[in-house]
Design a protein around this ligand. Structure first.
Ligand code: G
Ligand code: G
Ligand code: MN
Ligand code: NA
Length: 252
């Protein structure tokens, strides 16, 4: 029911907004970064979640423009927070696999980070594991180019696609984000506990950051802390928030 034409006009009409979900350090519960998540404030339908329009954007060739808007908006916000004194904060941005196939991705991205005057080391691009599976030379080249600029790369939803460990090595990722599905029964389900614990150990042995996503309860959090998971994200700490609320609740 979402019309492509509405989506086409949405950037021009300033209808997109970014929410930010805090990423928390287990050791001291401090915020270490945020993940930018897009929302569409449709003039008639109200708030629409990305699950409902990202695939339409991909199919209609609009994902490139939307992706650029997301990156630029996230970079501007990161620069603003840095100016406020939060210099160590990292910004994670979700990229659709199609964005990695753009021929001019490196130039586009460079233009944005120069314009916003942000340190690319503070930016992390998330790519879903399933996207990485589609073997395409363009994808590999573009990941390399983003790494050359200084970006961090994260594998999102880890464990849901074909979790080939070869990809972690091949793409030289910096961060593994464990999919929230593994946390659902982590207290009762021994096999999920073993999987999560093994992924944490593997990531640490490889010198990678590991983030557990979808932490909803205190029990889950304490279990993860016991497993030496150093970074967490989830409703237990905060849902994705508008920038003002991130500032009010986490940065001031
Ligand atoms: O809260 P949540 O509904 O924000 O996100 C739903 C899905 O949409 C997630 O899989 C998330 O990765 C994806 N998503 C959120 N923001 C973006 C974005 O800016 N770009 C892309 N490609 N996907 C996004
Ligand atoms: O695929 P990706 O990891 O980018 O998706 C993030 C999605 O997960 C967003 O839709 C976000 O709102 C959602 N999310 C974040 N934290 C939690 C949580 O603790 N529980 C649930 N159910 N969803 C969460
Ligand atoms: Mn993500
Ligand atoms: Na995820």
């Amino acid at each position: 029911f979402i019309i492509q034409n509405d989506l086409r006009d949405a950037i021009k009409n300033n209808e997109f907004v970014l929410y930010y979900q805090p990423r928390i350090r287990t050791e001291d519960l401090k915020i270490i970064g945020v993940e930018a998540l897009i929302r569409w404030v449709h003039p008639k339908l109200g708030l629409i979640s990305p699950g409902e329009f990202i695939s339409i954007a991909e199919d209609s060739g609009l994902i490139g423009n939307i992706g650029e808007w997301v990156l630029e908006t996230a970079c501007k916000q990161l620069a603003a927070w840095s100016k406020m004194g939060c210099k160590d904060l990292t910004m994670s941005v979700n990229f659709s696999a199609l964005q990695f196939l753009q021929v001019n991705l490196q130039e586009t991205v460079k233009t944005i980070i120069n314009k916003c005057n942000v340190d690319p080391q503070k930016l992390e691009i998330e790519i879903t594991e399933s996207a990485v599976i589609d073997q395409d030379v363009g994808l590999q080249e573009n990941i390399n180019k983003l790494k050359e600029i200084g970006f961090q790369i994260a594998i999102d939803d880890f464990g849901t696609g074909y979790s080939s460990l070869a990809y972690i090595k091949k793409f030289q990722v910096n961060t593994i984000k464990i999919d929230q599905s593994f946390l659902i029964n982590i207290i009762e389900d021994k096999s999920n506990e073993i999987i999560v614990s093994a992924v944490i150990k593997l990531a640490q042995a490889l010198g990678l950051n590991v983030v557990a996503e979808g932490v909803e309860t205190s029990d889950q959090f304490h279990k993860l802390k016991e497993m030496d998971c150093k970074e967490v994200q989830g409703f237990f700490f905060s849902k994705p928030l508008p920038k003002e609320e991130v500032e009010k609740n986490f940065l001031m």
